[in-house]
Design a protein around this ligand. Structure first.
Ligand SMILES: [Zn+2]
Length: 334
């Protein structure tokens, strides 16, 4: 076993252990089994495979699309806490490690959480592509309109034409089943979201590198293990809305990362990039994690209905996990 794989396994264990509250709607071993399903289709620990995919393809000044966000005007008017800090951490690793140019795509309504998380990670969030191109350590905010799937495809194609990303990374982006319908984990529909999977699917058609992180089965990338999601995830095969087609997302990615929360999965990729590039600082530290969590709460991002610096009900446990990821990355590079 190579040193990279040995430390990659430690990273994978830290980000995929089920350190989380019990869920009323899901069996306790769901995460473990979903993780095993994802691990079975790659030949090394998933976060390491994703990091390698990016490091081998993304070069200095290349745009990298980061797709995330969930929008519901009543339930999640400013989005949720799973997504923004993962996006910010990975954007930081791409910026510091490769000097790549991160672009954040989500609905306009939930953009603020991403902008504040990026700022807490040391990256300036800009709206003007010309300014973003010139400004080091910045991210471009690229809102995606909420419109029908067929109208979203040409918008996605134009965005790829304009920015020519070297990779498209999806982090906790709920996306459609075969009937192009979006669902919460409890099987109910989300009708207020953009059809952002059009970007990931267009990237797949163009053979642009795609990476996806998910934790529940209804996110982009779960198409890689679709039949396992149908088996393992409650409402995976059959939802409670009129579409009846289940919450499992059909959209695929070159590399899928399954993790305890999607933020942690993204941190795992950043840590593995740090190991591959021999730059341990690519993994953010505990103090930055605290700042990012406070930043997204200040933007109104919610966890379980409350505005809170917590992700998927895990309280402050991400602080300890980040501290250990930081240590693993430093041990690997020493
Ligand atoms: Zn449905």
């Amino acid at each position: 076993m190579s040193l990279e794989v040995a430390y990659g396994q430690a990273i994978d264990a830290l980000v995929s252990s089920a350190i989380r509250p019990k869920r009323a709607h899901a069996p306790t071993d769901m995460l473990h089994r979903l993780h095993a399903a994802g691990a079975a289709v790659v030949n090394e620990p998933m976060p390491l495979a994703a990091a390698r995919h990016l490091v081998e393809r993304v070069k200095k000044d290349d745009a990298v699309f980061l797709i995330s966000g969930v929008y519901d005007p009543i339930g999640l008017p400013y989005g949720e806490t799973d997504g923004p800090t993962g996006v910010a951490s990975l954007a930081r690793a791409l910026d510091l490690g490769i000097a790549a140019k991160p672009v954040i795509l989500c609905e306009e309504q939930v953009m603020e959480g991403f902008a504040r998380a990026a700022a807490a990670a040391g990256l300036m969030a800009l709206r003007d592509p010309a300014h973003w191109r010139q400004k080091a350590h910045s991210v471009l905010l690229l809102p995606f309109p909420i419109t029908a799937p067929e109208a979203s495809v040409p918008i996605a194609e134009r965005m790829l034409d304009e920015h020519k990303p070297a990779a498209v990374v999806s982090i906790e982006r709920i996306a459609g089943n075969a009937k192009q319908r979006h669902h919460y984990a409890v099987g109910t529909p989300i009708t207020s979201e953009a059809y952002l999977e059009a970007v990931a699917e267009a990237a797949n058609r163009r053979k642009i590198a795609t990476v996806a992180v998910g934790d529940g089965g209804n996110e982009i990338g779960m198409g890689n293990i679709l039949e396992r999601v149908w088996e393992l995830v409650p409402f995976g095969r059959k939802c409670v809305c009129d579409c009846g087609d289940g919450i499992a997302c059909v959209t695929k990615a070159d590399v899928l990362v399954v993790a305890n929360t999607s933020n942690l999965g993204a941190y795992g990729i950043a840590a593995a990039m740090g190991i591959l590039l021999r730059q341990p600082r690519l993994m953010h530290d505990r103090a930055m994690e605290q700042r990012m969590l406070e930043a997204i709460a200040s933007a109104g991002c919610t966890d379980g209905g409350f505005i809170s610096p917590s992700v998927d009900g895990t309280g402050d446990s991400s602080l300890a996990i980040v501290e250990l990821l930081h240590k693993v990355t430093h041990f690997a590079c020493a």
